[in-house]
Ligand binder design. Structure first.
Ligand code: PEP
Length: 233
């Protein structure tokens, strides 16, 4: 089964998220493709409510490793579960770049979320500088070193230089990176980085690519649904 996850980033407050989810509910999404949306924290409750009874899963964009405590601004796995959220992204490059997330804190979040019974999409990927230096595979190996295979773990390979830039890894580059990671961890893998309706099919046709993590193109139902259709195997 392929998996398409939409990362709404810091877009869509509760009102807009509710509207987008109502449109998604009415949209003909293909069978055999697992569809997930990742709204911001404040829009999770509304999204869970509107999508109740559908096959579309609601994930958070981040989650802390402790169940509760003095961690201002953070949200825990039990809190997400109480809302009816199925899983969470962890370690998105925007969190690593702007909010001090490290391989160590990402691994702690992944471990705690899996322990709590959430599904996890853990994000990894090299910067342009690291790729230019030929360090891509070493970086990916280091980033996944703290993870253990788990039936609820999915890894998203998102080259940082391709996120929100309109530049995409070639299918061969993505396939190669996925193979490197799959040698270490046998879990489903998503490609992310400027996936659009016109490039989704060739990326998703690669044997080591099990789905996509979609940012910008997930904010419009038409483009998101077109990517979901491109994932039919
Ligand atoms: C993302 O936010 O994970 C992402 C891949 O964004 P975009 O599709 O806009 O590059």
């Amino acid at each position: 089964m392929s998996l398409i996850a939409g990362n709404w980033k810091m877009y869509n407050g509760p009102v807009e998220a509710g509207e987008l989810c109502r449109t998604l509910r009415k949209t003909d999404l293909p069978d055999g493709v697992e569809v997930i949306v990742c709204p911001p924290f404040v829009s999770l409750a509304e999204s869970v409510q509107v999508l109740a009874g559908t096959e579309i899963g609601v994930f958070a964009q981040n989650c802390h490793w402790e169940a509760e405590g003095a961690f201002t601004g953070e949200v825990s796995a039990p809190m997400l579960k109480e809302l009816g959220v199925y899983g969470t992204l962890v370690g998105h490059s925007e969190r690593r770049q702007w909010f001090g997330e490290t391989d160590d804190t990402v691994a702690r979040r992944v471990y705690a979320c899996l322990e709590a019974g959430l599904q996890v999409i853990a994000c990894v990927g090299e910067t342009e500088e690291q790729r230019d230096k030929g360090a891509t595979h070493a970086v990916l190996r280091r980033q996944v070193a703290g993870f253990e295979a788990d039936q609820n773990l999915v890894i998203a390979y998102e080259p940082v230089w391709a996120i929100g830039t309109g530049r995409t890894a070639t299918p061969d580059m993505a396939q190669e990176a996925h193979e490197t990671i799959k040698e270490l961890l046998d879990v489903p893998m998503l490609y992310g980085g400027s996936v659009k309706p016109d490039n989704a099919a060739e990326l998703l046709a690669q044997p080591a690519i099990d789905g996509a993590l979609v940012g910008g193109a997930s904010l419009e139902v038409d483009s998101f649904a077109a990517i979901c259709r491109a994932a039919i195997r």
